[in-house]
Design a protein around this ligand. Structure first.
Ligand SMILES: [Zn+2]
Length: 277
């Protein structure tokens, strides 16, 4: 079972609010890049996405990494995945499972440094990230050099219940600790993970299905970035409505978006957030 869940940021970018929030204006906000660690008593640490390794945004190449940092991306090596694990007293070598929401470059930078683990994802996401010419994939946000050598470490899942159709997700470890839901739209194979902690807390890591809780609730529209990168705007809306209904029906579930602004601000200002302690 899972005793604790730690949410942390690997980087953040200063961007105009309208990039993330519809009609958000030009004032700068801090867009976080969040990852999570679930501590499972039998399976060891389970990672939620692998945002950045020690090289940070240079997974895009040294030039692009430097351009991004000039453009407002703030990255420190101590924020990357391996130091985050070590700060919790966990050994990176003990990470056996990594739960990928999707394979956009801001979620995959640390995959190569954890090549001993199993990477869970939907088969559809792996296909979307590996089909067609490389330049087309990069236009869609996929950076193949982060994962192309890892095919043998990938656990591709089929028949993952869509949250719009099912109350229950795929019981990933057959112990009720993690439910995997299909939440497509942002990418064709995007998934989310509902994590049940032993103290009764439930966190639902929804990746990039929305960027703020207000967007899930329909109180805030999607800004330029999520609108531009979405593989299907209709799919985004079906998933958003399913999430809205889910959180209405499960008000105690804690929603976590990979770029959630308020949780990100807490992480940046105060350090990692621990649930279940
Ligand atoms: Zn993202």
């Amino acid at each position: 079972m899972i005793d604790r869940f730690c949410l942390f940021h690997c980087a953040y970018a200063r961007v105009p609010a309208s990039v993330i929030i519809e009609d958000g204006g030009w004032s700068l906000i801090r867009l976080p890049f969040l990852g999570g660690i679930a501590e499972h008593s039998e399976l060891g640490p389970i990672l939620l996405d692998a945002p950045y390794g020690h090289e940070g945004p240079s997974n895009l190449g040294n030039l692009m990494g430097a351009v991004m940092q000039k453009a407002g991306l703030v990255f420190e090596e101590r924020w990357s995945v391996i130091p985050r694990l070590e700060a919790l007293g966990l050994r990176p070598a003990d990470v056996a499972h990594i739960l990928m929401t999707h394979l956009h470059y801001d979620h995959t930078g640390a995959m190569k440094t954890l090549a001993h683990a199993r990477f869970h994802m939907s088969r559809r996401e792996w296909e979307a990230a590996t089909e067609g010419p490389e330049w087309q994939a990069s236009v869609r946000g996929y950076l193949r050099s982060d994962y192309s050598s890892l095919q043998n470490c990938v656990e591709m899942h089929d028949d993952i219940p869509h949250l719009a159709d099912s109350e229950r997700g795929l019981d990933l470890f057959e112990d009720g600790s993690v439910e995997m839901f299909f939440l497509p739209g942002h990418t064709p194979g995007h998934c989310g993970y509902r994590i049940h902690l032993t103290d009764g807390t439930t966190v639902f890591f929804v990746g990039d299905a929305a960027y703020t809780v207000e967007q899930i609730q329909g109180e805030q529209g999607f800004g330029l970035l999520p609108k531009t990168v979405a593989s299907s705007s209709g799919g985004v809306e079906v998933t958003r409505r399913a999430l809205q209904r889910h959180f209405d029906e499960h008000p105690d579930d804690i929603p976590i978006c990979s770029h959630e602004l308020s949780l990100g601000a807490r992480c940046i200002d105060e350090g990692p957030i621990i649930y279940g302690d």
